[in-house]
Design a protein around this ligand. Structure first.
Ligand SMILES: [Zn+2]
Length: 101
């Protein structure tokens, strides 16, 4: 019996908590909640515990913060998310959205 051609790999899809779009897991960043309620970007994508996925752009992060999607996805009591640090991380790593003016 012959194997006809390529074996299709199933790419896991995850929903961004900012724009609610489904994307390949590899295109998203995983966020995890620490025991102290802090939210940390999980660059290894393998950290233990609850995770939330988000696009690698500041716009989606801001949307997720505004709608408290992070709090909900990670089951945090709202107000505990360290937004400033996350926004800073996104800006440094994924660039700030620039508007031509
Ligand atoms: Zn998004």
């Amino acid at each position: 019996m012959q194997n006809n051609g390529k074996i299709k790999k199933h790419i896991p899809q995850r929903t961004c908590i900012g724009c609610r779009e489904e994307k390949d897991k590899s295109e998203l960043l995983r966020l995890t909640a620490g025991s102290d309620g802090s939210v940390t970007p999980d660059e290894s994508m393998r950290a233990q515990g609850r995770g939330a996925y988000i696009c690698k752009n500041v716009g989606c992060l801001e949307k997720a913060i505004k709608t408290k999607a992070i709090d909900r996805a990670l089951k945090l009591s709202s107000g505990k998310v360290d937004c400033e640090r996350l926004i800073e991380y996104f800006k440094v790593n994924f660039g700030e959205e620039r508007k031509a003016d």
